[in-house]
Design a protein around this ligand. Structure first.
Ligand code: SF4
Ligand code: SF4
Length: 167
């Protein structure tokens, strides 16, 4: 039923397998943040696993497997964010500030924002849910997807998955 909802709408909802946040006790004080991977369908794809330098994305037994995460090994480096062709990997750092979290998210749209820019933060259906500030724009791997580090109010971390540049 949950997956039926996902496949009919194309939108991952929090009840669907795959929209899984890290365990709170590991996540709350983890400097650098922890990975969130929203990839519930079995597809022949594994760059999240092959790009992860620590084994936090466990090696795939079958290339169609869904990613399986060992949160204790995640450094929040964001390499999987840059390498995932489905833009399904994120890192969320809850230690950024008392009221704000830092979301490291893939960004392939133009224009590319700059450090200090205000952006509209979008949920999984593309609706604006909050305002964010671009804290940095990084390209962790040559010719890979850019990764935006966006600060946003902590109460939106389970919703914000993309931004729209406000120019
Ligand atoms: S953020 Fe870095 S350490 Fe964590 S799963 Fe992704 S590649 Fe691995
Ligand atoms: S690289 Fe992205 S799309 Fe491919 S399996 Fe990993 S999370 Fe899913």
């Amino acid at each position: 039923m949950e997956n039926e909802k996902l496949f009919n709408s194309g939108v991952l909802t929090c009840e669907c397998k795959g929209a899984v946040l890290p365990p709170k006790e590991l996540w709350e004080n983890k400097k650098g943040g922890l990975v969130i991977i929203e990839c519930p369908q079995r597809i022949p794809c594994n760059p999240c696993g092959t790009s992860c330098p620590t084994g936090a994305v466990k090696p795939f037994a079958d290339i169609n497997d869904n990613p399986d995460i060992d949160y204790s090994k995640c450094t929040g480096c964001g390499l999987c964010v840059a390498k995932c062709p489905g833009l399904a990997c994120f890192v969320i750092d809850l230690t950024f500030a008392s009221e704000k979290a830092l979301i490291k998210m893939p960004h392939e749209m133009l224009p590319v924002p700059e450090k200090g820019d205000k952006v509209s933060c979008l949920n999984r259906t593309g609706e604006i849910v909050a305002e964010g500030i671009v804290e940095s724009v990084v390209e962790p791997l040559k010719d890979s997807t850019k990764v935006l580090h966006v600060s946003v109010d902590k109460k939106y971390v389970d919703q914000v998955r993309a931004v729209r540049v406000v120019k």
